[in-house]
Design a protein around this ligand. Sequence first.
Ligand code: SAH
Length: 360
Amino acid sequence: MCKNFIKNWTLDEAKEFFASLGEKPYRARQLFNWLYEINVDSFDEMTNFSKELRARLREEFSLSALSVEERAISRDGTEKYLFRTHDDHFIESVLIKRDGSDEGRLTICISSQVGCAMGCRFCSTARIGFKRNLETAEILDQICQVRKISGIKNDNIVFMGMGEPFLNYDNVMRAAAIMNYSFGFHISVRRITISTCGLLEGIERYIDEKQPYNLAISLNDTIPARRARIMPVEKKNSIEQIAHLLQKKFPSSRNRVTLEYVMRADNIAQEDAIRVKKLFRHGNVKINLIKLNAGAHGFEPPCEEDITLFQKELEIMNVPITRRKSFGEDIDAACGQLSGRRYNPHIHISHKQSPAHSDK
Ligand code: SAH
């Protein structure tokens, strides 16, 4: 039987547990230090805990929430990890060593769910369908395991792997808070980015709760009907409503919201740039352009000349625009390519299943 995962705990919960054993509250900080900063493999390594305490923890809790199934290394150094959960599901995480930024960040892209329910037509994860939410420990253990195996201490986290973070809101926020603990990973809140396909309820809750992390929204299109065909989420969470919500509620004092725009051959005309500008002209936003990655059958990536024109047109908006470089494409580790491998390994979506007609 699977024991409880110790990495589900927040600091307060750990303190409560230690108090129930008559242990001092500082034990909780020591525990987080062992779990995340030192990243131990066994309770026995927690040498400042008594033998009895270690035995008690070992009896009641599992230290690791995931086991590593596969590790693939790309030509560009990007590493993809396939993990197996205790109930035999599969998730993936990606370590990106050069993210193209001047700061040379070391980023881990993590998953928040097994599969995804959102059904975006250009994303491989959507083909798995939704299996279940990840527990907090399963979110955090992706980082522990990637760090352990790669020997690299990342300083940046993006929730851009498998799943929709705002449909696993509580566990994602809890994991993000634990990542920020100074006696643990100690990753700055400004280096944790949560990316949503645009769920209004989640975005509003996030703003109302004043969550300190970066927020990214996958815009990907400007015409509602066309966006709805590739991202069914648009039907109940329209880009107009998202733009309005940001304008109304997202403070100008905060780090700008990133609008992610996956560029296809058919969504980067001059009018598209004009519509983005019109929609978000009052928003505290920046734009991140991503070229559609291979594997999105039925969709064409754009050519470089069109991208340049689109970017030029957007520049008039006078907000920061960055281009996301694609890493790990040769090992299917780039954006939208995470498919959990073990699910439907031979799946192919027919080219004939054009996005324009596949909706109903
Ligand atoms: N569900 C969340 C996070 C996971 S997707 C979201 O939608 O934001 C992470 C990013 O990868 C999103 O911006 C998404 O639009 C992008 N993406 C999905 N499929 C892609 C593809 N084939 N090529 C490039 N980017 C893709």
